[in-house]
Design a protein around this ligand. Structure first.
Ligand code: DQA
Length: 151
C-alpha cells in the first residue's frame, strides 16, 4: 500500500557475515533471516520495510540523506561504525526522522570500546542484547512513535 509509512532498516559493516561470524556472540541467523522477520513484522504493523546493508560508510550516509525525503523512520545497526562514525551521526541528525538504534549483542557486556555509540546521540531509543528480536521491537516502537508524533 502506497500510504503505509516506510521504515529504512539500515545495517552497517560486517552484518552481511551474520550466520558465520562469531556465532557465539551473534547467533546463527543470517541477515536474510532478519530481513524476512522484519518484513513479516512490518506487514503486521502496516509498515513498508526498506532493508539494506553496506560495508561502506559513505553509502550508508547517502542512504540516510535520501531517507529525509523518502522514509518516515530509521532502524539502524551500524555495526562497528556505531563506535567510530561522526559522519553517520551527522547524517542521522540531518535526516530529522525518528531513529531506533539496534545491536544484536549487549555492547555493554563487551569490550570498553563498544560501550560508546555515536549513533545513540541521534536515537530516540537503543535496544541491545536481544539478538534479532531487537529489530522487531524497534519496528514496534517506531510504529507507536509515529502515531504519537501525529497525535
Ligand atoms: C554490533 C555490535 C558492534 O560492536 C559490532 O562491531 C558489530 C555488531 C551488534 O549488532 O551487536 O558489528 O552492532
Amino acid at each position: 500500500m502506497a500510504d503505509q509509512p516506510t521504515i529504512l532498516v539500515l545495517n552497517g559493516t560486517n552484518l552481511n557475515m551474520l550466520g558465520v561470524r562469531q556465532p557465539e556472540i551473534y547467533g546463527r541467523e543470517t541477515l536474510g533471516d532478519i530481513e524476512a522477520a522484519c518484513r513479516e513484522r512490518g506487514a503486521e504493523l502496516g509498515l513498508e520495510v526498506d532493508f539494506r546493508q553496506s560495508n561502506h560508510e559513505g553509502e550508508l550516509v547517502g542512504w540516510i540523506q535520501e531517507a529525509r525525503g523518502t522514509a518516515d523512520g530509521i532502524v539502524i545497526n551500524a555495526g562497528a561504525l556505531s563506535h567510530t562514525s561522526i559522519a553517520i551521526l551527522d547524517a542521522l541528525l540531518a535526516a530529522e526522522l525518528p531513529v531506533m538504534e539496534v545491536h544484536l549483542s549487549n555492547i555493554y557486556k563487551r569490550d570498553a570500546f563498544r560501550h560508546h555509540s555515536y549513533v545513540s546521540k541521534a536515537a530516540r531509543g537503543v535496544i541491545c542484547g536481544l539478538g534479532s528480536l531487537g529489530y522487531l521491537f524497534a519496528l514496534d516502537a517506531l510504529k507507536r512513535q509515529l502515531a504519537q508524533d501525529q497525535a
